[in-house]
Structures are given as C-alpha cells and as structure tokens.
Design a protein around this ligand. Structure first.
Ligand code: PHE
Length: 471
C-alpha cells in the first residue's frame, strides 16, 4: 500500500523551529497562567499537580503525537485529515466526527478564552494608567492600598459593558492574525514573543523566590496526599493537561497539517510538552508565594493571577513598567493560543464551504462574539443565569464556568480518548509507524500508551470524575 501523502502540499510553516514555536505558542497561554493556578488551588494543590504531571507524560504526550501525526498525514483541516487517514486504512470515513467534535470544542473554548483575553487587556490599561500617575521609578499603585489593588479585579468582572467590549477587542486582534494566514500572521507572533515571555516569567519567579513564601509553596504544590486524589480531582488534572497542551480540540491536528515531512514528530511533541508544562509549573511557583505571603486563599479561581501579581509589582522598583511588560507578554501568550483556537474552526469552514480565509474567520469571530458576550456578562449582570445548573457537575455555574468545565472536563478528554482509539486501533499500523518518528523501545512504549493506557485510563477517569459517588 502506498503511504505517501495525499493531495498537494499546503501553505506551510517556514521552518521546523517556526512550527515548534507556533505549537508552543498555541499550548502556552492563559491555560498555564490563569487556569493552572486556579485548578491547582481549587483541587487542593499537591495531589492535583503531581497527577497532572503524570497525565502530561503518559496521556497528553502520546495523544499530542497522535494528533500532529494525523494532521501531517492528512494535510487538511482536521476532519478531512481524520477522513484521509481512515480511508487510507480501509476504515469508515465517519471517523471524521472525532475531529468535528474537536472543532466544536475549539469554538467553545475560543468563546470564553477571549473574555479572559479581554481581562488581560484591561490590566494592560490599568498599568499604563499607573505609569502616568505613579511614574517609572517607584512600585506600581503607590497611591493604593493592597486591598484596593485586589478590588480592581472584582470591579472589572462585574462591569458588563467593559468586559463585553474588551472581549470583542481581543477577538478583533485575534482575527487580524488569523485572516492573514499561517506564515504571514501566526508565525511572526510566535517566533519573537514566546522566548521573550519565558525570560520575563522566569525573572519574576526568581524575584518571588526571595520575597514570597517559597517553602510553603513548594510543600503546597508538590506534597502528594493520596487521600486528596478523588475522581473529580483526577478529571480536573487530566482536563488541565489537555487544555494546556491544546489537545482534544483538533487544534494540533490543524497545526500538524502545516508541518513538513522532515520534522520528527516524536521529538517535537516532547519539546512542546516540556515547554508547556514548565511554564505552568513556573507560573505556579511565581503566583503561589505571593498568594501565601499576602494571606490570600489559594482557592481564588480564575482571578488568582490577576489579584496576586499586582502585589509583587507594588513592591518592586519600576513596578509599573515591569508589570506593564508582564501583562503585555501575557496578552501575547494568550494571543498565540486564541489564534490557534480560531484557526481550527476557520480552517474547517474554508475546507467545507470553500469560503475565502477572511470570510471564514469573520463568521467564526461573529459567532464567538455572541457566545462570548454571554460569558462576559456571566461574572456580572448574568451571574444568576446557570445554563446547566440542573446537572450536579455544573451546579451554580454561570456561562463562562459552564463552557470551561464542559470543554475541559468532557469534550477534550472525550476527544482525546477517541483520538487514541483511532490511532491505536483503527488507523493502519504501517501508516502510523512511518509517520511517528520514534525508534525502538520508545516506539513500543508509545504503542502501549495509545492502544491501552490512554483509552482505559481516560474512560475510568471520565466515569469517576463525572459520577464521583460510584467510588
Ligand atoms: N493551550 C492553550 C492555553 O493553555 C489553550 C488552548 C486550548 C489553545 C486548545 C488551543 C487549543 O492557554
């Protein structure tokens, strides 16, 4: 059987490094900086964090390799790529529904992700303002008390018109890149900004090591207490691994379609997962010392990053300027992720309906703006609206939390589960083996993970996570 790639080659990444950086750009974002500390705090710290690291290595990594492999073989938008692999393997083209489910989740994530992106824009504005009031040399917010600085967050999320406008602004910035296509837009952002972001984050963490409660943080984040490892904690951890690595939403299939044959996907997946997980852990080490030193609750939720970091910037010299630089970088990290999130449904609309790229991206943006408006208002005017409140898993949640939970704890794990079954049991073994770039023992281990461990562990975790009472 000929296993060469079907169809003409698409517009691609300009180099291997560009692909790695763009994939890291997609992975590293608000999931690492905002969602990881929030989930770690909500799920009690150590047990969650260590289980999360285990999930990245044993489940996330093999699925990441599977997704990029399908994309590179298929050379098309995600559903089409799944179909090509299925057809080449003599299986039903209906398998493309796995990717269609992923495209839908990417769209749902995009809708609430840009609301958080809007929050970042707000903080950029706050720091610019502060630069003018308190000047460059002193700490940030010299004229405000610690409680006043913390209150900025609450005031922002309950300001409906503001959050709606900022959400739309973030979507508009995102579409500006997506509309220009892969190497024109997305790549430029990733190549320059990801390395700069890494350095700044590390700098602030090192500062935190000397100033904040580092010992308490380490014991909080890395002490394994097996009794805390409940079904919902395990599901939260595996969901966080997928959210952070951009898996189960067909995003890495979409990006994989732009990768050349010369790239070793096994090695590349390892690099992407290592970079992404390091950023999450560094973000934890950066944020929690300030949480403990300031006497804040680790269960602070999505506001944790926004409420803690300004504390650090209040203390350090040139805090306004460094704070501004930091939030600008966070904005860029979020942008490289929102671009990936928008690219996935956009590529699907282009392939399916043959619309031009700008038109397809506009359609996706308008739909995301409508759903995003409900999310933006859910922390204020619509906080009493609980769309799926009749289900225990979504009890008391507004639209933003519902979409976050629904994607992170249901559609992403299910998408990843189906992808591992597809690669492990459905796709032609020779086709898969010729693409994965793994040799010897590593290859055997990877096959074991995708064929057995991923499907079994994910099914079990989904069951005990969604129905904890059966344990
Ligand atoms: N991984 C991104 C983050 O951590 C979010 C994302 C999810 C991006 C899925 C693309 C696809 O912020």
């Amino acid at each position: 059987m000929a296993l060469s790639q079907p169809g003409p080659s698409r517009e691609g990444w300009s180099s291997r490094t560009a692909f790695i950086l763009a994939a890291i750009g997609s992975a590293v974002g608000l999931g690492n900086l905002v969602r990881f500390p929030a989930e770690a705090g909500a799920n009690g710290g150590g047990a969650f964090v260590l289980f999360y690291i285990g999930c990245v290595i044993l489940i996330g990594l093999p699925v990441l390799l599977s997704e990029t492999l399908i994309g590179r073989y298929g050379q098309a938008a995600a559903p089409e790529s799944f179909r090509r692999v299925a057809e080449k393997s003599g299986k039903s083209p209906a398998w493309e529904f796995v990717a269609s489910l992923g495209v839908l989740s990417a769209f749902l994530v995009l809708s609430f992700y840009c609301v958080l992106g809007g929050w970042v824009l707000y903080y950029i504005g706050i720091f610019v303002q502060d630069l003018f009031t308190t000047g460059v040399t002193g700490g940030a917010f010299a004229d405000r008390s610690v409680t006043e600085v913390e209150a900025i967050f609450g005031a922002m999320i309950s300001d409906g018109p503001m959050t709606v406008i900022l959400n739309i602004a973030f979507l508009v910035i995102t579409i500006a890149f997506v509309a220009r296509g892969v190497s024109g837009g997305i790549e430029k952002v990733a190549v320059y900004l990801m390395p700069a972001f890494f350095v700044l984050l590390l700098g602030i963490t090192i500062y935190g090591m000397f100033r904040g409660s580092m010992a308490e943080t380490i014991s909080y984040l890395f002490t394994f207490d097996a009794s805390k490892l409940t079904g919902p904690v395990m599901l939260a951890a595996v969901g966080q691994a997928f959210f952070s690595l951009s898996l189960g939403v067909a995003g890495m299939v979409t990006y994989g379609a732009y990768v050349g044959r010369n790239v070793n996907l096994g090695v590349t997946s390892g690099v992407i997962a290592t970079a992404d997980t390091s950023v999450a852990l560094i973000a934890g080490l950066c944020i929690f010392p300030i949480v403990f030193a300031a006497g804040l609750a680790p269960e602070g939720g999505l506001g944790l990053m926004f409420q803690t970091l300004p504390h650090a910037f209040q203390e350090i010299p040139a805090g306004s300027l460094i704070g501004l630089a930091f939030f600008v970088m966070v904005g860029f990290a979020a942008l490289t992720s929102s671009v990936a999130l928008m690219e996935t449904p956009t590529a699907w609309v282009i392939d399916r309906f043959r619309f031009t790229r700008p038109i397809a991206a506009t359609m996706v943006t308008l739909s995301a703006a409508i759903l995003g408006t409900l999310c933006a208002l859910s922390t204020g005017a619509l906080s009493g609206f609980h769309p799926l409140g009749f289900l225990p898993m979504f009890e008391g949640m507004g639209m933003l939390d519902v979409l976050d939970t629904f994607t992170g704890k249901i559609t992403m794990p299910v998408g990843a589960l189906l992808t591992s079954i597809f690669i492990g049991w459905v796709a032609n073994k020779r086709l898969v083996d010729s693409e994965n770039g793994l040799g010897g023992g590593l290859h055997v281990f990877w096959r074991f993970l995708v064929c057995w461990l991923c499907p079994i562990a994910l099914t079990a975790i989904l069951i005990v996570g969604i129905f904890p009472s059966i344990l």
